[in-house]
Design a protein around this ligand. Sequence first.
Ligand code: GRF
Length: 199
Amino acid sequence: MKRLAVLASGRGSNLQAIIDAVRAGELALEIVGAASDQPGAQALARAAVAGIPTAAFPRAQYGSRAEQEAALLAWLTSLRVDIVALAGYMRILSARFIQELGCPILNIHPSLLPAFPGLNAQRQALDYGVRVSGCTVHFVDEGVDSGPIILQEAVPVFPDDTVESLSERILKVEHRVYPQALKMVAEGLVRPERRCGRG
Ligand code: GRF
């Protein structure tokens, strides 16, 4: 069985959805660790409740970003991970980290990429006035929310939506789509080297 680690900075509802999918037998992966740059992240508490080993790598504890990443890399390597899932992880990973880790890294983003990358995607969608938004699971490359897309799902945007109401609608879909995308990667149906539809 492939070995998965999850990185999260906050609430951890996507981590929970992944844990639940594994428990339900819908996702054949072993979650071998959960880590955060925020020691108090709710995500770490959720992992601990599920009996998953946790670790925190707070940026302030390291002299530089490179040192923080080196510590995270050493931890992931010691766990012999096959796949890493970012689930609300709020730090950009360097090209060097991605290359040295050498396994697929996935991310989930609350918009239909390439629309509205970066922070506050739901706010960006509302400000633009789109009528459809959604979520995207993609492979991580050295850019911001720019790697090859694995799965997307759309949700409507209503005229009276707020950031909260739209975020909630998207989040429900995220919780279904992220385990599905992980399943596709675990089964080798998609690979990070090339975009779907390209020869
Ligand atoms: C989600 O909206 C995800 O798309 C974005 O950050 C949020 C994380 O939420 N990358 P949670 O911590 O999984 O609840």
